[in-house]
Design a binder for this molecule. Structure first.
Ligand SMILES: [Fe+2]
Ligand SMILES: [Fe+2]
Length: 447
């Protein structure tokens, strides 16, 4: 780990993929020490490198499957720990390694000042048994996933393509020794495959990314979710890491939603003193610990978070300056005896609007008095639709298995094209049994 590639005495080589991977995946405080920079320098560098990757000006070449650290580097670390009398088999996880040179001054026998230069290495680690206890009992920020950006450039287009999806409802039921997901990995994979293939400029997730049944106000249907909260945040993070790796130049946005805000409501109801609490020494703009963007570690995968469910929206202006743009919201209303898209259209008479929440694919179009076409869309979901998601009309049987019940929901992805002159296309792409078809191509999430 000590072998940072440098270009000069204080100049890190940012063309080296190992350095860039660290920059994109590690905490800024850790990086500041590791690279011998200030916190603000690291923040600014991170921004610059992300912009370069987005603009295709920085290419990441890395052999697939190559480990982050060489055997030689790991050998050095093992020797250091052994020299310190720390048995390797007692180490659960290395948290950080800091190396640096410090100067200290003492007085000699004649009272003269003498400067000593010390080379110091500090290793912070969690012992193996503590790690087991931590994993079982505590919720922590999702560990940054190593993002290896693909080298694809955005295609040159005279329109803008956006891919949107909603409502993965990520959560895991623990039924005996088995984990039963209520999100649908196949549908999420279709979203990933389509983004990879269509290379949108913008990706939008309209929310309910995590279900958080553990924190809801309703009676639990089982004890399945007791110890699986951490997995939800980890999967939300790794899903974004996959999208980020495949689409290094795309903007990725998420808008707040009723399931995500269960966390903040739970804290306010049961532990108000912890609301808004931040790690000491972090900058003012850092997320409080008990929030979704912190626990899902959205900053590490460059996801732009639009918080404040109820009012939260992401407004995407039109591609070329003409036209009404699109408001992306999660949504808070469902019309069971009619079209929710119709209701959305009435509530957004001056712009296009795209929402999730209803788990049903619907579109409503209107034409304004001056001839402008406006579209209101409610998207389908990425969660399972056959009774696994806890809610009204679903149940768990006496063996603890969720009862099969086909909901009147659809799974779908939305592909949007904006031609910059007020002309938009909004395409629902259905997912059935983990498979989708679009413009003659198959996207199979079962693979
Ligand atoms: Fe939902
Ligand atoms: Fe919702």
């Amino acid at each position: 780990m000590g072998n940072i590639k440098m270009k000069g005495p204080r100049t890190v080589d940012w063309t080296d993929p190992d350095n860039v991977v660290l920059l994109l995946t590690k905490d800024e405080n850790w990086l500041a020490v590791y690279f011998g920079k200030t916190y603000n320098e690291i923040k600014a560098t991170k921004k610059r490198i992300i912009t370069k990757i987005k603009n295709g000006k920085l290419k990441m070449e890395k052999e697939p499957g190559k480990p982050l650290y060489s055997e030689e580097q790991l050998g050095e670390l093992a020797k250091f720990l052994e020299d310190k009398g720390i048995p390797l088999d007692q180490i659960g996880k290395i948290n950080s390694i800091r190396r640096g040179t410090y100067e200290t001054v003492t007085k000699d026998a004649d009272g003269e000042a003498v400067t000593h230069t010390l080379n110091v290495t500090n290793v912070s680690y969690t012992p193996r048994e503590d790690l087991t206890a931590l994993d079982q009992d505590f919720i922590s920020q999702a560990a940054p996933t190593i993002v290896r950006p693909s080298r694809r450039k955005l295609p040159q287009r005279d329109f803008r393509r956006t891919v949107a999806f909603s409502d993965p409802q990520i959560a895991h039921r623990q039924v005996g020794e088995e984990f039963v997901e209520i999100h649908d990995e196949r549908a999420m994979r279709v979203a990933r495959l389509m983004c990879h293939d269509l290379q949108p400029e913008v990706i939008v997730n309209c929310g309910d990314t995590v279900d958080l049944p553990q924190l809801g106000k309703y009676d639990p249907d089982s004890n399945h979710f007791l110890r699986t909260l951490q997995k939800s945040f980890d999967r939300a993070h790794s899903f974004y890491a996959e999208l980020r790796a495949d689409n290094p130049q795309a903007e990725i946005h998420e808008v707040d939603s009723n399931h995500n805000v269960r966390l903040g409501k739970f804290v306010l109801r049961h532990a108000m003193a912890l609301y808004g609490l931040k790690q000491a020494g972090t900058p003012p703009e850092s997320w409080p610990i008990l929030t979704y963007p912190f626990l899902a570690n959205l900053d590490a995968v460059d996801v732009q978070w639009h918080g404040g469910y109820g009012a939260a929206r992401f407004h995407l202006p039109t591609f070329a300056g003409e036209g009404p743009g699109i408001d992306f919201i999660h949504g808070d209303k469902v019309r069971s005896n009619g079209s929710t898209a119709d209701l959305l259209s009435k509530n957004y008479p001056y712009s296009n609007v795209v929402a999730g929440h209803g788990h049903k694919a619907q579109t409503h179009a209107r034409t304004t008095p001056d001839g402008l076409y406006l579209t209101a869309v409610q998207m389908g979901a990425l969660c399972k639709t056959t009774g696994e998601v806890p809610g009204y009309g679903t149940a768990v049987d006496d063996r603890g298995n969720p009862v099969h019940k086909q909901q009147d929901w659809q799974q779908s992805i939305l592909v949007i094209e904006d031609y910059g002159n007020g002309h938009y296309n909004f395409d629902h792409v259905y997912i059935v049994d983990g498979k989708a078809y679009y413009r003659g191509k198959e996207y199979d999430g079962n693979t």
